[in-house]
Every structure is written in structure tokens, then in C-alpha cells.
Design a protein around this ligand. Structure first.
Ligand SMILES: Nc1nc2c(ncn2[C@@H]2O[C@H](COP(=O)(O)OP(=O)(O)OP(=O)(O)O)[C@@H](O)[C@H]2O)c(=O)[nH]1
Ligand SMILES: [Mg+2]
Length: 304
């Protein structure tokens, strides 16, 4: 179909049940400047091709690009609003997003495992045990002692033991409901825990008590593919027991980063991301610049 005019225009395809709905959605989405130029159906339903004629005169602003990208990721609406409403000098979309993330979110890498006491908490299959292996494999001596509360699930301790065998570390069992006082008072410590439901107040409270007894910092671990709303509830539960940081896993397979953005918007500092299940590879540092790259790249390349 020949498109009106020679200048570049924004062409959008919208799913719709029939051409009447297509025309309505055109008006809602693009306003009076929208023009319906294609109207067709295939096995997936009815499609409407729309041209935003205003786009000839007004290219998308940096704020529009950032807003579109963040909405694609299911970022929390409050964060999107605060980010694009910031009064910043006119700049390109990359710097608008980067400076916004820097200003509104916190970033703080995890301390080396051989110099800290960390307890990983989060949903089932978040990647906590794998991350214990990644953390234990880094740093110098003395190697961190590793405890696990995941003692009831068949294979829980064995999975951890398998990761740690190559490092010469034997994981020790600890009962979350009756934390043993034999936990060493000082020295590096890594604690693996069983997966929790976001709203399991009792489970989180028990983790909080273990964190207090051991002096370990609870760190939330969430998979990047988690629903953003669920991630916010996990973040709130983790904040309530003293967590300050979040690590995101499965970045290698995620198309949307809403879960990470929701956890960070709730108040946790972004500590890094895991991009492979292989524990020999550590965490990817996630600065505002790296995150900006990732957000824009995914929004551009994975939209279709
Ligand atoms: N692709 C990918 N897979 C990962 C990553 N991190 C962990 N996994 C995989 O995710 C699955 C769950 O990892 P675990 O480390 O067992 O998760 P967990 O949080 O300890 O799970 P539970 O103990 O059952 O709560 C495993 O199949 C891991 O290999 C990652 O960054 N990328
Ligand atoms: Mg585990």
C-alpha cells in the first residue's frame, strides 16, 4: 500500500477484533492525527495498521522514547512518571534514562564473600543456591563457611554440596525454626535458604531472626522473569527483615526488566545480575549505565 507523503512516519500495528475497534483504538492511542492505512485479519485476529501523521512533523522526544521503553518493560508507573517528569536539560534518551536511574534508584555491589556475612532469600528457583556457589568461588582465603536452611527438601543440601565440593567447602545444615547457636560469631558466612512465598510473613520473620542471630545481611534474589507486582511484594518483605540489596538472576533469558525495576523502586539497591547458571561465572555488575543499555536494547530488539 502506498503511504501518504514521502517523509518518515510512525507505523503501528494494533490487534483488534474488527475494523470498528481498530478505528476506536487508533483514536485513543494516537489521537486525531491517526490515520488507518491497513485493516486485515490473519489467524491471530484482526490487525489495524495506523499512521501517526503528526510524527512527520514531530519526531518522538527523548521522554517519549524512555517512557515507551519503560512501559515495554512493565516498569512501575510511579517510577516511569518520576523519571520522565524530572527537570533535566534537554538531552538524548540514553542520558535521560541513565541520569534518571542514577537519581532515583540505588546501586550497591555485594561485598566479597570472604569478607562478609550474607544470607540469600527469595522465591523458589530464584537461583539462590547457584548464587551461593558463584559467591563462594570468589575472593581469597579464608573461604566463607556455608550454611543452609534448605534441609527438608529432597536434594536441597546435596545440590549445594555438589557446587561447593570443587571449592573444598562442606555445607552445614541449620534449622531455620531453631537457629543453632553453634553458628560462628565471626568470620565470613554464606547462608542458603529455602524458597519463600512473597507474602509468607512467618517465613520471612524466621529469616529475619536468623539474620539477627548470625549477623548476616539478608539479600533478596529474584529471577528477572518474575512478574513485577510479585517482585515488589518480595522486595517489601525483604526490606522488612533488613535487606538492603537485590540480585537479579536469569538476565540471559529475560525480555523485560520490570521485576528488577519494581524491587529497586521499592527501595532495594541493585547489587548485580546473574547471566548464566554456571557458577564458575560471577555476577555482572549493574550500574545505571549498564542497566540503561540493557533496557533500551531489549525494548528496541525484542518488541516484536
Ligand atoms: N539461565 C539461567 N539460569 C539460572 C541462572 N541462575 C540460576 N539458574 C538456574 O535456575 C534454576 C534454579 O536455580 P537454583 O540455584 O536451584 O535456585 P534456588 O533459588 O536455590 O531454588 P530453591 O532452592 O528451589 O528455592 C537452576 O536450573 C539453575 O541452573 C541464570 O543466571 N541464568
Ligand atoms: Mg536452593
Amino acid at each position: 500500500m502506498a503511504l501518504p507523503g514521502a517523509l518518515p512516519m510512525r507505523l503501528k500495528f494494533l490487534p483488534a477484533d474488527d475494523s470498528r475497534e481498530a478505528a476506536f483504538r487508533a483514536a485513543v492511542q494516537l489521537g486525531p492525527s491517526a490515520m488507518l492505512v491497513a485493516d486485515d485479519a490473519n489467524e491471530d485476529g484482526h490487525f489495524a495498521g495506523l499512521i501517526d501523521c503528526d510524527a512527520q512533523r514531530q519526531p518522538m522526544s527523548s521522554a517519549d522514547v524512555v517512557e515507551d521503553a519503560l512501559n515495554f518493560h512493565d516498569a512501575p508507573p510511579r517510577l516511569v512518571h518520576r523519571l520522565i517528569e524530572r527537570k533535566v536539560r534537554k538531552t538524548d534518551s540514553f542520558h535521560l534514562l541513565e541520569s534518571g536511574l542514577k537519581a532515583l534508584l540505588k546501586f550497591s555491589a555485594l561485598p566479597q564473600a570472604d569478607r562478609s556475612r550474607l544470607m540469600l532469600v527469595g522465591p523458589p528457583a530464584a537461583g539462590k543456591t547457584t548464587l551461593i556457589g558463584k559467591l563462594a568461588a570468589r575472593g581469597t582465603t579464608p573461604v566463607a563457611r556455608v550454611l543452609t536452611t534448605d534441609i527438608d527438601r529432597p536434594g536441597g543440601v546435596e545440590q549445594l554440596a555438589e557446587f561447593l565440593a570443587v571449592l573444598g567447602i562442606d555445607p552445614e545444615k541449620i534449622d531455620l525454626m531453631a537457629p543453632d547457636v553453634s553458628v560462628p560469631a565471626t568470620g565470613p558466612l554464606l547462608i542458603d535458604t529455602a524458597g519463600l512465598d512473597a507474602a509468607d510473613a512467618e517465613g520471612f520473620a524466621a529469616m529475619g531472626r536468623l539474620a539477627a542471630v548470625t549477623g548476616a545481611e539478608p539479600v533478596l534474589v529474584i529471577p528477572a522473569i518474575l512478574d513485577a507486582g510479585e517482585a515488589r511484594i518480595f522486595a517489601q518483605s525483604a526490606l522488612a527483615i533488613g535487606a538492603k540489596r537485590v540480585v537479579v538472576t536469569r538476565l540471559d533469558i529475560a525480555r523485560r526488566l520490570g521485576a528488577l525495576l519494581a524491587a529497586a523502586d521499592a527501595g532495594l539497591a541493585i547489587a548485580g545480575g546473574s547471566v548464566t547458571q554456571h557458577f564458575a561465572f560471577g555476577l555482572k555488575p549493574l550500574s545505571a549505565t549498564v542497566l540503561t543499555n540493557h533496557i533500551l536494547e531489549l525494548a528496541i530488539t525484542k518488541q516484536s
